[in-house]
Write a protein that binds this ligand. Structure first.
Ligand SMILES: NC(=O)c1ccc[n+]([C@@H]2O[C@H](COP(=O)([O-])OP(=O)(O)OC[C@H]3O[C@@H](n4cnc5c(N)ncnc54)[C@H](O)[C@@H]3O)[C@@H](O)[C@H]2O)c1
Length: 430
């Protein structure tokens, strides 16, 4: 049966490579849509958990994984050779930065090499990992092309950026529109056909490079606007103006304005990293992506700015950072999720400790935290405990925190998220 027909009647076998925040929800969505899915991950521990029906991604409940595994609709494995039997595979491996802040595409290169060993006639490969424009053509097409198979005829290759927003109660894999750009029109058509059976809306663009650029535009847009509003927060502070009030009032304009909010800095696997993939690529063209560099600089400086705010607030009550007991509320990089990758909370804790503060944290989503080779545990918040700290810093505005209690019982609160709605002499806002 032709690949097109297998995709259309859902008898196509699907592979998902990399079962993390992106790959696991996608694999589950393929399974729920009636496809048989092989989930491939190099982490044997993760694969074992999934085989036992245990999810490690908060947006994917155990019962969904368990149900699909029991019905043999989701087969987690570390064995790439299953790809020999697979009709279409989506790649969702990490794309971090190196220590030098350059793209680290080693995970994509590894996955590509392993897929190349199994690539066969009538196979569709879709890259989902966020990366610089040109990756699909320069790395995947070059590698697969060396197999002797012809793209658009024998095998099919496309890029489709993942747009998942962990912890978002409204938008998830199925109802977030998907962008597709194939190497040839037939590649785009087949990838489109597959995703139309899984997500509500699919939009095609003319090339893999366009599809790669769409994702970078989206994330650069966020990084630059957050950089702008962080600078506005610093400006408002100097002028003695409440930035939160200004943003709320500006947001009443029904056109030409979109509110972004200041915060303690960027975190996660996307916004602090993805724009740097683009600026890195542009350096090869001798072009300096100025907005990206500037936003990155402003955003990266925010943890230091927060620590200065804390020092000033303590100073007002005749205390030094050195020797103060400080509680950081929220260490995940954003509200209601458990992900601490690149979280600004980690920098804030480090900076405070360098100045001699005794820092503890509370985060219902992160019971244990390993930071610079030390293990820490989340502290529960009680009336009595709050009174013990010299300063409580709201870094991440999880919905579970009782902000009224925090405001009422803490000696001093530095609120980086406008989470504490009550006003008082002990409340300092970013
Ligand atoms: N997390 C997000 O919110 C988000 C949103 C949109 C896009 N993205 C992008 O999606 C991609 C994946 O991100 P993530 O957050 O899911 O990462 P993750 O770290 O949560 O998961 C990646 C998984 O890939 C596995 N892996 C690594 N190398 C592998 C290999 N060679 N073969 C098979 N498995 C391998 C890891 O063990 C891990 O389970 C990245 O490019 C990221 O930028 C992430």
């Amino acid at each position: 049966m032709a690949l097109r027909d297998k995709i259309a009647d859902r008898t196509a076998k699907i592979g998902v490579v990399g079962l993390g925040y992106v790959g696991l929800p996608l694999a589950v969505e393929f399974g729920r849509s009636g496809y048989t899915v092989y989930g491939i991950d190099v982490d044997a521990g993760r694969v074992e958990k999934l085989r036992h029906g245990t999810s490690y991604v908060p947006d994917v409940p155990d019962h969904e994984v368990g149900g699909l595994v029991q019905q043999n609709r989701l087969m987690p494995t570390t064995d790439y050779t299953v790809l020999r039997e697979i009709d279409a595979v989506s790649i969702c491996v990490p794309t971090p930065l190196r220590k030098t802040r350059d793209p680290d595409i080693q995970y994509i290169a590894d996955a590509t090499e392993k897929i190349r060993e199994c690539i066969h006639a009538q196979m569709l490969v879709i890259l989902e990992s966020t990366t610089y424009p040109g990756t699909t053509d320069e790395i995947l097409l070059t590698e697969f092309g060396s197999s002797g198979l012809r793209v658009g005829k024998d095998f099919f290759l496309a890029f489709s950026p993942e747009r998942i927003d962990p912890g978002n109660p409204t938008f998830h894999t199925r109802n977030t529109p998907k962008i597709i750009g194939g190497v040839t029109p037939e590649c785009t058509a087949l990838a489109r056909l597959l995703y139309e059976n899984v997500v509500e809306r699919v939009i095609s663009v003319s090339s893999t490079r366009s599809a790669e650029m769409v994702k970078l535009l989206e994330n650069t847009f966020r990084a630059v606007n957050i950089g702008l509003v962080n600078e506005i927060a610093i400006i408002c502070d100097k002028l003695g103006i409440d930035v939160w009030e200004v943003i709320d009032a500006a947001a009443s304009k029904p056109f030409g304005f979109m509110p972004f909010y200041p915060g303690p800095g960027l975190g996660g696997h996307c916004i602090p990293i993805d724009p740097l993939y683009l600026s890195w690529k542009l350096k090869l063209f001798n072009y300096n992506a100025r907005f990206i560099e500037l936003a990155s600089e402003v955003n990266a400086h925010m943890p230091e700015y927060v620590v200065t705010k804390i020092a000033r607030a303590l100073n007002r009550v005749r205390k030094a950072v050195n020797g103060s007991r400080i509680l950081v509320l929220g260490v995940a990089y954003k509200r209601n999720i458990d992900d601490v990758r690149e979280s600004p909370a980690l920098d804030i804790i480090r900076l405070l400790e360098q100045e001699g503060a005794e820092v503890e944290y509370s985060d219902p989503f992160v019971p244990q935290l390993r930071l610079d080779h030390t293990n820490r545990s989340s502290r529960p918040i009680t009336k009595e405990r709050l009174r013990e700290y010299d300063c409580v810093v709201v870094v991440t505005d999880h919905g579970d925190f009782d902000y009224d209690l925090v405001a009422a019982e803490s000696k001093l609160v530095v609120d980086c998220r406008n989470a504490v709605r009550t006003k008082g002499p002990n409340i300092v806002k970013l």
